[in-house]
Design a protein around this ligand. Structure first.
Ligand code: ZN
Ligand code: ZN
Length: 355
């Protein structure tokens, strides 16, 4: 079968690999339909391997070369012995985190912080950018009637963004600033709006600004033209916003977040910073600001996010800016997403039309 395989930095090949042998006990064999390219995949491609193990992963034994793809929908083609939650023919979305179930965090329901966590498509025997994949049946959730495979592939980034917004404790009527309108910031904007918040978005890139503006969920400003802290204060009677979702992973955006949040407000650090940032913790003290990090999502979030999407309350598919074939994954996927012109937001790969 064909799969998109990570061999090393700037070396992803669509190539022939051995098919999985079938679904073992508690497993399902899947035929992936659509798979998103994520910021993590881009990091692996440009400067990796980072997350992808070069020696056997302690939980799964996987190591590079690694089949990519952790944001995907799929059709069930075989169920292993003992599987009752899905049937052959079901369209499903995959929650890709594989956890030990036994460590300090797993035993407290914090599986996404598992001490030996692996991820399908990064540190696992298989991934979504492949003709076939075997995963534990416990990771798949059946999509309801009327929900598309494209929407199913967007549940994973949708869950990341939702967890970021939820961590900031956003409630109906709150004011929320979202810094950065890449895929996660755009999804966070949709989700915060669906919760009934007034949403402000800061974004530098014109393509991303235009896309998030087209979602019609909030006001968009360019931080290179507008003093965002002052502007936010002007919008909120001088007080500041109730919550900030920092989705850019950028130092100046984090400083904007600290300046724009009201006293006793909350900042959720959802974007990943790749270098240390200088902030003034005295501001956190004297204004009782909470700065909270988020990592992935709760592993139990899939049914809730799927329900919101299927009822039209969380239109995650509206941020998809390109749909490409697997054969074009490097040129039209990774290279386009990394290009300085930055004219793409979210690229989905059609894993069925493999040629
Ligand atoms: Zn991802
Ligand atoms: Zn664990």
């Amino acid at each position: 079968m064909l799969a998109a395989v990570f061999h090393g930095s700037r070396d992803i090949r669509v190539e022939d690999v051995a098919e999985p042998t079938g679904a073992g006990p508690g497993q399902v064999l899947l035929r992936p339909h659509w798979c998103g390219i994520c910021g993590t995949d881009l990091h692996e491609y440009s400067v990796g391997p980072i997350v992808i193990p070069t020696i056997a992963h302690p939980l799964t034994g996987a190591s590079a070369p690694q089949i990519l793809g952790h944001e995907f929908s799929a059709e069930v083609v075989e169920v292993g012995p003992g599987v009752t939650n899905v049937a052959v023919g079901d369209l499903v979305s995959v929650m890709p985190l594989v956890t030990c179930g036994q460590c300090y965090y797993c035993r407290r329901g914090l599986n996404h912080l598992c001490l030996t966590m692996a991820c399908v498509g990064l540190s696992y025997q298989g991934g979504g950018m492949s003709e076939l994949a075997v995963v534990p049946a416990s990771l798949v959730t059946v999509l309801p009637e009327g929900m598309s495979a494209i929407q199913g592939a967007m549940v994973e980034p949708g869950a990341v963004a939702a967890y970021g917004v939820d961590t900031a404790g956003v409630r109906p009527g709150d004011t929320v600033l979202i810094t950065g309108a890449g895929p996660i910031g755009a999804l966070a904007s949709l989700y915060a709006y669906s919760l009934g918040a007034t949403v402000y978005i800061s974004e530098v890139n014109p393509t991303r600004s235009a896309l998030v503006l087209s979602l019609d969920v909030g006001t968009v400003v360019d931080p290179t033209r507008v003093d965002v802290v002052q502007w936010v204060r002007d919008q909120t009677g001088g007080i500041g916003v109730d919550a900030v979702i920092e989705c850019s992973g950028n130092e100046s955006a984090l400083q904007t977040a600290i300046g724009a949040v009201r006293a006793a407000g909350r900042i959720s650090q959802t974007g990943l910073h790749t270098r240390p940032a200088a902030i003034d913790p005295m501001i956190l003290s004297e204004r009782e600001v909470t700065l909270a990090g988020t990592w992935c999502y709760r592993v139990t979030d899939w049914p809730r996010i799927i329900d919101l999407i299927s009822r039209g309350r969380y239109p995650v598919e509206s941020i998809v800016s390109a749909r490409i074939d697997m054969a074009d994954i490097v040129d039209q996927g990774f290279e386009t997403l990394l290009s300085p012109s930055g004219d793409q937001v979210k690229v989905l790969v059609n894993t069925r039309a493999i040629t």
